[in-house]
Design a protein around this ligand. Structure first.
Ligand code: UDX
Length: 434
């Protein structure tokens, strides 16, 4: 199939590369010339395991990037994988979606024959019907269901395992309109995903447009709230001297709870959970509903880094002292620092007058843009040397192997927000919930 993907972010690039690898012909459209030439040179524009290999293999043959929207005219399907950030109040910003939809519409005005427009981005319920469809209709002069069809197909990929999640999804959610237009859209989407479904057994959920939009938010809100709940229970465990991980492992044996996503710690970050929980809270409030449980999930998440800092305060006054922050990425396997819990931790240390030295295997340059004035080390060992305390904010595997490196600390105090360091003799160790 001839497929176009608008947007070369995490979702767009991964989707384009995976669908090219599945045998389709892909055009990836982005306005950023640098990103476009990078993809055409066979280099992934983001750090994501396995993506470089796919882009290198298919660039120039089945995968082509361009800044020119005209190229979507020759494709059968266009996925909109544009950013949907939130403002300070949590309100979703649909400017990129509107502009992208209009640009697609302008091309469809000149095109004869069927075309399916698929919303991939995370958007609040009714956005496809009330924002995307009107923008495409206005620019194309055509009517949804007649001149073109529309679908909503959310993405559930995680950073760090994006390629795997895209190639081997748990589920594929296909939201379509009622009637013949919906049937046509489903047929096209089944053809798009046929090679992936042939190799891998995923559930396919066929549903409405706004249901598909809500499924994405419900999925992320549920997971974020699940972590906040285990963090809250972990905080109570800590007060009683109970090991929160033992408790989590035991409750996870109840199949209604499940063993996954029960790691208590310094909280959730990333580009999805904070943005999506904020957006659905804002959207609910606009409808007159107060989503108190989700607001509490956010409040617990904001409290966790402060609890980590509070534990540090019980051991030492860090004013004027060197303090190591181990892990800057919002989770291991990525260089993404968006909403990383290391950010409020570093802010708290700066407020306390500490000399902060950060270390991360891949995210240092991104954090340097955020905090240009703190020190950055080339290794965990270098960060620990001479430090009066170390705070662990990301569960990178390499931290588990640290051992003799603690001997070089001026004061061997470790406050662990991710349970990666083992308790050992000579180390003053505090876990955030254990
Ligand atoms: C998430 C969703 O998992 C994915 O389905 C969606 O499409 C995008 O958002 P991602 O943000 O890449 O993916 O990361 P994820 O692995 O889900 O972790 C999110 C945050 O939760 C991280 O900060 C992680 O450290 C934290 N987390 C996760 C915990 O604190 N405890 C856990 O048990 C699991």
């Amino acid at each position: 199939m001839q497929i176009s993907v608008i947007g070369s972010g995490y979702v767009g690039t991964t989707l384009a590369a995976v669908l090219a690898d599945a045998g389709h012909d892909l055009v990836n459209v982005d306005l950023d010339e640098e990103i476009v030439s990078q993809i055409n040179d066979g280099v992934a524009p983001i750090f994501e395991p396995g993506l470089d290999e796919l882009v290198a293999e298919h660039a120039g043959t089945q995968l082509r990037a361009t800044t020119d929207y005209d190229d979507i005219a020759d494709t059968d399907v266009t996925f909109l994988a544009l950013p949907t950030p939130t403002d300070d109040e949590g309100k979703i910003d649909l400017a990129a979606m509107r502009a992208g939809s209009r640009s697609v519409g302008e091309i469809l005005a000149e095109k004869d024959g069927d075309h399916l427009v698929v919303v991939k981005s995370t958007v609040v319920p009714t956005t496809t019907e009330e924002v995307v469809v009107p923008a495409v209709e206005e620019a194309s002069g055509k009517t949804a269901g007649e001149g073109f069809d529309v679908a909503m197909n959310p993405e559930f990929l995680r950073e760090g395992t994006a390629v795997y999640d895209c190639q081997e999804p748990d589920k594929i959610v296909l939201g379509v309109q009622d009637g013949a237009a919906g049937e046509r859209a489903l047929d096209t989407l089944h053809e798009v995903y046929e090679p992936i479904l042939a190799d891998h057994d995923a559930s396919v959920v066929e549903t409405g447009l706004r249901e598909a939009e809500m499924i994405k938010y419900a999925n992320n809100a549920f997971l974020a709230a699940k972590i906040s709940l285990i963090n809250e229970l972990g905080n109570i465990c800590k007060e009683y001297g109970v090991d929160a991980y033992e408790v989590a492992d035991a409750i996870g044996l109840d199949h209604r709870i499940g063993p996954h996503f029960l790691r208590s710690g310094v909280g959730w970050g990333g580009s999805c959970f904070p943005k999506d929980v904020a957006a659905i809270i804002h959207a609910a409030r606009e409808k007159g509903y107060a989503p108190e449980l989700l607001e509490a999930a956010v409040a617990v998440n904001e409290r966790q880094p402060q609890r980590l800092l509070g534990l540090l305060d019980t051991h030492t006054d860090v004013a004027g002292k060197r303090v190591a922050v181990l892990g800057l990425a919002f989770k291991p396997g990525t260089d993404d620092i968006r909403e990383s819990r290391a950010i409020p931790v570093i802010e708290g240390l700066i407020e306390r007058g500490a000399d902060v030295v950060g270390y991360d295997p891949v995210a240092t340059e991104n954090m340097r843009e955020h905090f240009p004035d703190i020190e950055y080390a080339d290794s965990a060992a270098a960060a620990l040397e001479g430090a009066h305390a170390a705070l662990v904010t990301t569960d990178w595997d390499e931290f588990e192997a640290l051992d003799g490196e603690f001997d070089a600390m001026a004061d061997p105090v470790v406050i662990d927000g991710r349970r990666v360091i083992e308790r050992r003799d000579g180390l003053t160790y505090e876990g955030i919930t254990w």
